[in-house]
Design a protein around this ligand. Structure first.
Ligand code: F6R
Length: 260
């Protein structure tokens, strides 16, 4: 695992964009795994700049997003479909048919048996199949939760897990409630790639910024490999790059890191 510490959020976002741009230049039909959340926003702004100023071409790039809430339509301003459209897709020349964001609408669900609901199981199998059909994800962008989660794989998620429906933790529901008009609207479930799905990407690029991530980064990089910190699975990956700023790297032992 390569851990590169940057001066600040701006520098790590630039570095992330440089890495992705160089992969796209090497392979114009790159299969790019994408994340939502506040961390990759700077990276997406940098990629948009590279597209506008240097002609970085996304026309053949294929994308797969990590996750989506269940029960929120794609046009809802808190859906991950909306997030990706607003923060990246509408500003680059990506072919809409190359974009894959997990489906979040499945109609009425029986909560007692949603894990085996045929519509969900079929969708998740299809999503995994599509990734496979494109030859796998070449570069997967990841954020990290303060508790070490990646995508919606909260602590305790199997390190071999595949794309599936997950119940959000109470903490996540509480965190999200500020973004919705009423508590009843806050999603309780999400479709997420599993840790096993993520680990099959050829290269992983995890971004972490701010002191709120320092403990999670330490556990992911130096801690034991455990389902209690899903990001620690990255230690088993042959091509995992962790880009942090100084604050997120504050609890790492110096010998693990290089400076960018
Ligand atoms: C989002 C995702 C999440 C976030 C993580 C960090 O697609 O997969 O795991 O990466 O919750 O979120 P931020 O970047 O908002 O701190």
């Amino acid at each position: 695992m390569l851990v590169v510490v940057h001066e600040d959020y701006g520098a790590l976002s630039k570095k992330g964009a440089e890495i992705i741009a160089s992969r796209i230049r090497q392979k114009p039909n790159l299969v790019l795994g994408l994340a939502t959340g506040s961390t990759p926003l700077g990276l997406y702004k940098e990629l948009i700049k590279l597209h506008k100023n240097e002609g970085l071409d996304f026309s053949k790039v294929v994308t797969f997003n990590l996750d989506e809430y269940v029960g929120i339509p794609p046009e809802h301003d808190q859906s991950y479909h909306y997030f990706m459209r607003e923060n990246l897709f509408k500003s680059i020349n990506i072919n809409p048919s190359n974009i894959h964001v997990p489906q979040g609408m499945f109609g009425e669900l029986k909560i007692s048996s949603f894990e085996t609901d045929p519509k969900i199981v079929q969708f998740c199998d299809w999503y995994e199949g599509e990734i496979h059909r494109y030859g796998g994800v070449d570069v997967q962008v990841l954020g990290i939760g303060g508790n070490g989660h990646i995508a919606f794989n909260e602590p305790g998620s199997s390190l071999g897990s595949r794309t599936r429906i997950k119940t959000l933790t109470e903490e996540t529901v509480k965190d999200n409630s500020r973004l919705f008009k009423s508590t009843a609207d806050v999603p309780r479930y999400a479709i997420t790639m599993g840790v096993g799905t993520i680990m099959e990407a050829h290269e992983l690029l995890l971004l972490a910024s701010g002191e709120g991530k320092a403990e999670a980064v330490r556990s992911a990089v130096e801690g034991p490999i455990t389902a209690m910190c899903p990001a620690s699975a990255l230690q088993l990956h042959r091509r995992a790059i962790v880009l942090t700023d100084k604050k997120a790297a504050a609890r790492l032992s110096a010998e693990f890191v290089t400076y960018g």
